[in-house]
Design a protein around this ligand. Structure first.
Ligand SMILES: C[S@@+](CC[C@H](N)C(=O)[O-])C[C@H]1O[C@@H](n2cnc3c(N)ncnc32)[C@H](O)[C@@H]1O
Length: 844
């Protein structure tokens, strides 16, 4: 139906004003330019309904693992316990704490030193726990629609053109119309949900029938805006395309007329030309309240049940899904974690619950940034279970939603998860990005790559203390998380926990100093709440990492000792000076070979170091250097201590300064300095490779619409099963332990060798005396010093003339010493600070 078009001056100035608002919105509101606009509803994802409170083992979960999972559902917390504040017990051994009812009316309250979410409504009686809401009676599953943030604001701005809704002070009234009139109607529109005009017309009909003049005026204003602006734009676009076509038809009048007619009919027939300012998107199946009396706050909606997976297997499955469906940009979030409470006798653990194929309608609720339901973990019949509860009264026709609180480690996923909750306080994405600068501020400063390796080093070389063991217990990291973990892993967990606590203490300050955003600024309570949330996520990641590591360490025949082994004094002497592949010997060989005499090269590799000093070398730079070294350094006897070995490297360095041709020796001198100034060395003992059985993801094939991988990556070499098999390489444990706060990296060990360049692994002596003598210029030296000064963790760029093959697999550097000092100031205080050393190095 062609809309009536306003033609008077007032109306067109109103239209101009509104257009200006839209232009402004397009610049300020996120997600106007969200992915393609889909107008067809999604097919429902069918699922098998499970019985009340029933959990079942996931696909491919072994009988033994299933037994463990069922056992982990058992809890020592008493029946009726919930993780909602007020019922929550202190992590420290089950002391009940009262909720501070006066702490404010907001969602957040500080209890003791913990900041916790305040329940919006208490969970109702125990009897109510047995009777979830009924499909078809209280609630209904339906294909639902949602508006993006731009569209929400465009609708509110359009409604504001009705005099009764105009003005800054009437935003609440506009929002009320949007939330109470438009959204419930939207949930009834079926296939027409994409069309804002149909929505406005239906609301107008209702308003007229009810005699609600305000609502009628708001609907008319919206309809007017849609037709005045949106349709006009569509028509304009169509006219432009007609003109283009007509121009193409070059004078053929009959073709031009025909083309114009085609274009006009397109305006009417092609919906994609319309509503671009008012984009309503399908969001799949959701759940709507159809109980004529609505639902009271605190009602059990349903049990959130499904298939259980242990953490290691859950991530194996996710990896297999991602590898098989490379075009899937966002997974479907039907899963939830069931977390054991910290004060349970056996402590924390995490069970992954997948509800995509088996579960209840609780898993079909959409996300909302301003939800009316929440999930609650509670104890029933001695077992933990998850339930969805209403947190406020819900009216007939309202969509039921909860805050997914889903954290992603992928920036792409975060951007793809644009939120359609339509709530006025929508955050834009239904995911929270873990890489957000504010949340990584303390990690970057106090828990960077070398700090995390420092923790591993200390965990591998010193025993667990009683205080550390107690702190693990207090934090709920007890039997479930720690059983079958070797001592060094337990120590690692204790030290990592120390970091988590430090971060929780320091993060609020960082958050409060953040610049004001459109969502405002953190106040003290908000910042503490956020930091507590980050700490809780970190502890979950710690527990998940322990589970993954344990899986690898407990394979038959696998080594159980730590893979980090500190070098003894004797080994350090060999490494620096006396060994077959010592730094000193490799340096001498490299230098004598740099003379370019190929016959020497062959000989020097087998020649003893002492013999090399006796021989006459044709290259005068080499000959004079050897002479200078021999004169001032004892090159024959084995040093007695590691300290002496270091001192000798420095003597060699000093001798080179007097050996003539400074530029020739410049790089070697710097390398000798780095090795001589390293206090802590360690080596690694690899684990056996672990190959998991192929993951069975057949159940996913019918659910995921994107293409299954047809071309196999090279690494898989034609065998599809290999694609579905997780390979835990010999350095996997190292990689996972140093990236413990991330879980979705497929091969956390893959980037280790790059990360180690320079920072943890010192350059090879073979990189000195390059074929191009001028390569190590003073400007490269300056940039190297600048890099080390600004960031001890930085890997050295591949453009610099250093190599890092590290054939002896000995690790350690002055930068690593500094990280040890920073992480454990009491235990590793000795030695000059790295910055002081660097100052000396720069001047030398
Ligand atoms: C747990 S499922 C909910 C049920 C699902 N809509 C269905 O059709 O079965 C979660 C998925 O629903 C969609 N969804 C839920 N809430 C959303 C929201 N606020 N914005 C956008 N998509 C949402 C997303 O595709 C998300 O991955």
């Amino acid at each position: 139906m062609a809309p009536a078009r306003a033609s008077n001056g007032t109306t067109s100035s109103r239209a101009r004003e509104l257009r200006r608002t839209f232009d402004l919105l397009a610049r300020t509101e996120p997600y106007y330019a969200c992915a393609r606009w889909r107008r067809a509803p999604y097919d429902a994802t069918p699922y098998e309904g499970l019985g009340t409170g029933e959990y079942v083992p996931g696909v491919g979960v072994s009988a033994a693992d299933a037994e463990t999972l069922f056992d982990r559902l058992r809890t020592s917390t008493s029946d009726g316990w919930t993780d909602v504040v007020g019922h929550a017990e202190d992590a420290n051994g089950g002391v009940k704490r009262e909720v501070d009812e006066d702490a404010g009316s907001g969602e957040v309250s500080v209890v003791g030193n913990r900041v916790v979410r305040k329940p919006a409504a208490p969970v109702t009686s125990r009897e109510a726990l047995g009777s979830p809401m009924r499909l078809g009676v209280d609630v209904e599953e339906r294909p639902l629609w949602g508006v993006d943030c731009y569209t929400r604001e465009a609708i509110l701005a359009s409604v504001a053109t009705a005099p009764a809704f105009a003005g800054e002070d009437r935003r609440d009234k506009r929002v009320e119309f949007f939330v109470k009139r438009l959204l419930p109607k939207l949930h009834t529109l079926g296939d027409d949900g994409w069309d804002a005009a149909v929505l406005a017309e239906r609301v107008l009909e209702d308003a007229i029938a009810e005699g609600d003049e305000d609502a009628a005026a708001a609907s008319r204003a919206l309809l007017w805006a849609i037709h005045e602006l949106d349709d006009a734009d569509a028509e304009k676009r169509a006219n432009e395309s007609t003109k283009k076509k007509a121009k193409k038809a070059k004078g053929d009048t009959s073709t031009a007329v025909q083309t114009a007619q085609d274009a006009v009919s397109e305006v009417e027939l092609v919906p994609k030309e319309h509503r671009v300012q008012f984009r309503i998107h399908p969001k799949g199946t959701g759940v709507v309240c159809i109980n004529p009396n609505g639902l009271k706050a605190g009602t059990l909606v349903n049990y959130y049940i499904g298939e259980m997976y242990p953490p290691w297997q859950w991530y194996e499955r996710q990896d297999a899904i991602k590898k098989s469906f490379p075009n899937m940009n966002l997974p479907s979030f039907f899963n939830i974690t069931l977390e054991r409470p910290a004060h349970d006798e056996r402590g924390r653990h995490v069970i992954f619950v997948e509800a995509m194929h088996k579960g209840s309608f609780a898993s079909r609720l959409s996300h909302s940034c301003e939800p009316n339901c929440q999930t609650v973990t509670f104890t029933k019949d001695g077992k933990l279970t998850l339930g969805m509860f209403t947190v406020r009264d819900i009216a007939y026709g309202e969509e039921m939603t909860w805050d997914y609180s889903c954290i992603t480690e992928s920036a792409e996923e975060y951007r793809t998860g644009f939120c359609l909750c339509s709530s006025p306080g929508c955050r834009g994405s239904f995911l929270t990005y873990a890489g957000n600068g504010a949340f990584t501020a303390i990690v970057n400063k106090k828990h960077s790559f070398l700090h995390r390796n420092a923790i591993l080093f200390v965990a591998s070389t010193t025993p667990l203390t009683k205080a550390e063991s107690e702190s693990l217990y207090v934090a709920g990291i007890r039997q479930c998380a720690l059983e079958k973990c070797p001592d060094w892993v337990v120590k690692w967990a204790a030290l990592t926990l120390q970091y988590i606590k430090l971060e929780e203490k320091e993060l609020p300050d960082v958050l409060m100093k953040l610049p004001v955003t459109e969502y405002g600024r953190y106040d003290e309570i908000g910042a503490k709440y956020e930091a507590a949330g980050v700490a809780s996520t970190r502890i979950t990641n710690l527990v998940v990492t322990l589970d993954k590591i344990r899986y690898v360490l407990n394979r038959p025949g696998q080594r159980r000792d730590s893979f980090f082994r500190a070098l003894s004094d004797d080994e350090v002497i060999d490494h620096l000076w006396s060994g077959e592949a010592s730094v000193f010997r490799r340096f001498i060989i490299t230098m004598v070979n740099s003379g370019g005499d190929k016959r020497n090269e062959a000989r020097s590799a087998s020649m003893s170091t002492a013999a090399m000093f006796e021989k006459t070398w044709t290259d005068t730079r080499v000959a004079s250097a050897l002479k200078a070294i021999k004169k001032s350094v004892n090159v024959v006897e084995r040093p007695e201590t590691a300290e002496q070995a270091r001192a000798r490297l420095l003597q060699v360095r000093a001798a080179l300064e007097h050996a003539g041709d400074k530029a020739f020796h410049a790089q070697a001198r710097d390398l000798l300095w780095l090795h001589a100034n390293t206090l802590h060395y360690f080596t690694i003992e690899k684990f056996d490779l672990v190959l998991s059985p192929p993951v069975n993801i057949d159940d996913m094939k019918s659910q995921i619409s994107c293409e299954m991988r047809t071309k196999l990556p090279n690494a898989v070499k034609g065998n599809r099963d290999k694609l579905l098999q997780k390979k835990y390489g010999p350095l996997y444990v190292w990689g996972q332990l140093v990236t413990w706060y991330k879980q979705t990296v497929y091969a956390p060990d893959a980037s280790l060798s790059a990360d180690r360049r320079g920072s943890l692994s010192l350059p090879d002596p073979e990189s000195c005396y390059s074929a191009v003598p001028t390569k190590y210029t003073s400007s490269e030296r300056r940039s190297l010093i600048k890099l080390m000064r600004s960031n001890i963790h930085a890997m050295w760029p591949t453009t610099m003339s250093w190599s890092f093959k590290n054939p002896t697999k000995v690790y350690g550097s002055p930068m690593f010493d500094e990280a040890l000092r920073e992480t454990f100031p009491k235990e590793y205080a000795s030695g000059a600070s790295f910055q002081t050393l660097l100052g000396e190095f720069e001047r030398s």
